[in-house]
Design a protein around this ligand. Structure first.
Ligand code: HEC
Length: 121
């Protein structure tokens, strides 16, 4: 092995070692890792609608959580990340909640929340 390739090898292994911590996730403590901290859904007027009309089928483990999971402890994934589908089902097609109808007032509350940018609280 000539000198240059030996230097290259040392250099590559240093890069490899320095990259290791970035690749490993096992060292991250979920309790203190802020990047995975969930945002709770706590909106005063919209959340009660979801709790009353959606949780019975869409909360974890319920009959239709695989179609859409409603998890108020994870606003970002289950509300914000699905908002166009939720809005479409509830307000445009009015196909959700299945088997029930939201009152005109509840639909107005839903729409106002949506128009305000569907805030978490
Ligand atoms: C009685 C049970 C029941 C209730 C209550 C219910 N759903 Fe559903 N939901 C279903 C079923 C069944 C499906 C799958 C069939 C379908 O897409 O029409 C579904 C599917 C969905 C989907 C996925 C649609 C898609 O195309 O991916 C969304 C989003 C949804 N529901 C939102 C809601 C919301 C929001 C509420 C409350 C306002 C609600 N659901 C209440 C039974 C229910």
């Amino acid at each position: 092995m000539n000198r240059l390739s030996r230097q290259m090898l040392v250099c590559l292994s240093l890069v490899g070692v320095s990259l290791l911590p970035a690749c490993s996730t096992s060292s991250v403590d979920p309790a203190t890792d802020t990047s995975t901290t969930k945002v709770a859904f706590e909106h005063a007027t919209a959340k009660p609608i979801f709790d009353t009309y959606c949780a019975s089928c869409h909360a974890s483990g319920k009959s239709n959580y695989r179609d859409w999971l409603y998890d108020p402890t994870d606003y970002t994934t289950t509300i914000k990340g699905k908002i166009s589908t939720i809005y479409n089902e509830v307000y445009v097609k009015k196909s959700m909640p299945e088997g029930t109808k939201l009152s005109t007032t509840e639909l107005a509350v839903f729409k106002a929340w949506y128009d305000a940018g569907y805030p978490a609280k």
